[in-house]
Design a protein around this ligand. Structure first.
Ligand SMILES: Nc1ncnc2c1ncn2[C@@H]1O[C@H](COP(=O)(O)OP(=O)(O)OP(=O)(O)O)[C@@H](O)[C@H]1O
Ligand SMILES: [Mg+2]
Length: 440
């Protein structure tokens, strides 16, 4: 028996390291993509001092997974032996054909390690020399076992679990093929803002093919010039969030709303992974708008002294709204009333920044008309003039408060039901004015 040849023997179908490496990488990438696990780390594959190593971290190794894992390995490797069996450290080892010269020594043959120590669980596969196809398959299937497709394929349910809120447009409002019906129903004034939203968000989302074809004709490239990220900025209560919902309604594209505050407090320490998961789950929709409200709370300028968790969140966000990782069909919409605090790197990612100012007199007039349509032109104008520096939200609050006050009065004084009078609105408006604005 020639022992030296045993050590140097080439097995049938051995694969060069580079080839095995790229096969494993490609198959894993396409597996992760097809199962919507865009943010999962791909395994490390290395070749050092004659050893090929394939390893990946897992959140934990359950008994069930260990058992399934052995079954997978057994399917591809015939003669397995348990080499080590300790708490949190189990190693299986290919001992080769028991009856032939191909029988391996302890240092040879592929080894599968299941390692589970307190904070770090991982699977490591190691082999001297080259891999054969069966071993490659064992590696791939082991990885897939620990990265099973999320049983939840409904993005809405996944997103809800992750703390996001979804506004799905109602099917029945869908405009016909050639019709783009733009109605900013319930949103008064702000003609400049509407125009900007129409041009830079609604039209590109409603008719992407027109934008694509023009880019192709002018630049000869299929690179899209559709907006990827748009920022709404302006003081509180001026309609930024409402506009995001209007866009969803008008374009018939689901709107996924995430409040950064929620992600931060709910999943402390895991915030960054959760944000990445939200982007991944949202990417399961063919087209989607991801609305990040109060984006400033995660993206405060680096100079302002930033917490580690926030910094990690920011870096995920930067990656996700960068060209490379951004999924086609996903528009990120951010809203803030503290643009000056935004990290410059984040700010620069937005294709368009739309400013929502406080409403002017004619705009306040129109907003009052939305919430108190029974008032005369003159009464509305008086209210608009008396409500300087108030926002749309303030106006809505004034009108609701006035209605409640009037209802109470109607009940207590057993009056006939009627609409509240203009003077009452005016009185309450003056009450609501910021202190410095009060004229009495
Ligand atoms: N132009 C407007 N016409 C009608 N209603 C408006 C207008 N602007 C704001 N509102 C109303 O005010 C309320 C608050 O608006 P919204 O929540 O969209 O403001 P925001 O800019 O997102 O505020 P914040 O910065 O505090 O999140 C909503 O109920 C909205 O309908
Ligand atoms: Mg808002």
């Amino acid at each position: 028996m020639d022992f030296s040849s045993e050590h140097n023997s080439t097995r049938r179908d051995e694969i060069e390291f580079n080839q095995a490496h790229s096969q494993i990488q490609q198959e894993i990438e396409s597996y992760l993509e097809s199962t919507g696990q865009f943010s999962t780390e791909v395994p490390k594959i290395s070749f050092e001092q004659g050893d090929i190593k394939f390893s990946f971290n897992v959140s934990s190794i359950s008994m069930e997974n260990l058992y399934e894992g052995i079954k997978i390995i057994k399917k591809h490797i015939v003669n397995l032996q348990v080499r080590d069996f300790d708490d949190g450290y189990i190693v299986f080892h290919d001992i080769g054909d028991l009856y032939s010269s191909d029988r391996k020594s302890f240092s040879q043959g592929i080894r599968f390690k299941f390692i589970s120590v307190s904070s770090n669980s991982r699977i490591e596969v190691q082999r001297k020399g080259k891999l054969i196809q069966d071993e490659v398959q064992a590696c791939l299937h082991l990885f897939q076992l620990f990265h099973k497709k999320n049983p939840e394929t409904n993005p809405e349910k996944m997103l809800q679990k992750l703390g996001a809120e979804i506004f799905s447009p109602e099917e029945k409002r869908k405009p016909t093929e050639n019709e783009i019906r733009i109605s900013f129903k319930g949103f008064a004034g702000y003609s400049k803002v509407r125009e900007e939203v129409l041009d830079s968000v609604i039209l590109p989302l409603s008719k992407p093919e027109v934008f694509d074809q023009i880019a192709k004709a002018t630049r000869g490239t299929s690179a899209t010039n559709l907006p990827r990220a748009v920022l709404f900025e302006g003081p509180a209560g001026v309609g930024k969030t409402s506009m995001a919902k209007i866009i969803a309604r008008e374009t018939q594209i689901p709107l996924v709303c995430i409040a950064v505050e929620n992600i931060l407090s709910k999943y402390y320490g895991e915030s960054a992974q959760n944000l990445a998961n939200i982007f991944d789950a949202a990417s399961l929709y063919e087209r989607v708008i991801l609305f990040i409200d109060e984006i400033d709370s995660l993206a405060v300028s680096r100079e302002g002294g930033i917490y580690e968790a926030t910094r990690r969140l920011l870096s995920v966000l930067l990656r996700k709204i960068d060209g490379i990782e951004q999924k086609k069909g996903l528009l990120t919409l951010g809203a803030t009333n503290r643009t000056q605090d935004l990290d410059p790197a984040l700010l620069s990612r937005f294709d368009t920044v739309i400013h929502f100012p406080l409403p002017s007199i004619p705009e306040r007039n129109s907003i009052f008309r939305v919430y108190a349509s029974h008032l005369s032109q003159q009464e509305l104008l008086a209210l608009a003039q008396a409500s300087e520096e108030l926002s749309g939200r303030n106006i809505e609050d004034i009108c609701e408060y006035t209605e409640r006050y009037w209802a109470r009065k109607t009940i207590m004084e057993q009056k006939q039901i009627s609409s509240p009078p203009g003077e009452l609105y005016l009185e309450i408006t003056k009450e609501m004015l910021p202190k410095s604005q009060k004229k009495y």
